[in-house]
Design a protein around this ligand. Structure first.
Ligand code: IPE
Ligand code: IPE
Ligand code: MG
Length: 247
């Protein structure tokens, strides 16, 4: 049985007013572990359970696109021990989740400077992306080795090359052109941005794409974040008035 068939939509959510794209800054794994006198990596391990839960929740209620900030460009500067442990965890997750992704109709995609990932992680990532490419219940974009400024620099370089070669005129460059040269080309901008663990900052995530996203910051640490809190936030999202600069 798929989730769609077994599910009843939770807590007064209007199925016609759900965000098409939710983006999440999954923060607070280290603090979760520290509170329990555990190694930070235990927090990352527990965080993987939250990922599974929120991906499944999107499938149940019909949120078609979920982007998860899993590892930033700046996170490469963490101690080698933590970076290595995160890469090992990511690789394990990509392998162990495959049957579940197939079962739930989840298509995996990745955004970021993927060439910086260790080869064995990159291979498992590519394999999972290929395997799930025809799934259409939810698309999950994993932001890995992702930084919005690096993404913008890459876009600028690519557009410059197009102009230099004469394929594009500079006065033809529009918002849409810029969007088309970002990692998220073809993906609608997030309607809703969630950050866990209370920090009031963006930390170099999707700077261009979140121009009109509704922002929710919860104090809950990512490993404690669950389906019910996600639905609560969606309910509050549906109560917000989005004006896009108009009256
Ligand atoms: C988020 O949790 C996961 C990654 C950035 C990889 P943190 O590891 O940043 O946890 P805190 O913010 O130190 O609690
Ligand atoms: C943002 O969290 C990156 C991810 C969640 C992957 P960080 O923990 O790296 O951000 P800062 O350092 O608090 O800004
Ligand atoms: Mg953090």
């Amino acid at each position: 049985l798929s989730f769609k068939q077994t599910n009843t939509i939770p807590i007064q959510l209007n199925p016609d007013a759900l965000p098409k794209h939710v983006a999440i800054i999954m923060d607070g794994n280290g603090r979760w572990a520290k509170k329990r006198l555990l190694d930070r990596i235990k927090g990352h391990e527990k965080g993987a359970d939250s990922v599974r839960q929120i991906v499944e929740a999107c499938g149940k209620i019909g949120v078609p696109i979920l982007t998860l900030f899993a590892f930033s460009t700046e996170n490469w500067q963490r101690p080698k021990k933590e970076v290595t442990a995160l890469m090992v965890l990511l690789k394990k997750f990509l392998v162990s989740e495959r049957p579940n992704l197939m079962d739930k109709g989840v298509r995996l995609n990745a955004i970021g400077d993927l060439d910086r990932l260790p080869k064995e992680v990159r291979d498992e990532l590519d394999k999972t992306i290929r395997l799930t490419s025809a799934n259409d219940t939810v698309t999950v974009n994993l932001a890995l080795s992702y930084g919005a400024r690096a993404e913008i620099v890459r876009m600028a370089r690519q557009i410059c090359e197009e102009v230099k070669s004469g394929r594009l005129q500079s006065n033809e460059i529009t918002d849409e052109t810029v969007s088309n040269y970002l990692y998220t080309a073809g993906i609608p901008d997030p309607d809703l941005l969630i950050r866990t663990s209370g920090e009031m900052r963006i930390s170099n995530f999707m700077l261009w794409q979140i121009a009109y996203a509704e922002i929710f910051i919860t104090d809950t640490l990512w490993p404690d974040f669950n389906e019910n809190e996600f639905y609560e936030i969606l309910k509050r999202f549906q109560m917000r008035e989005r004006r896009f600069g108009r009256v």
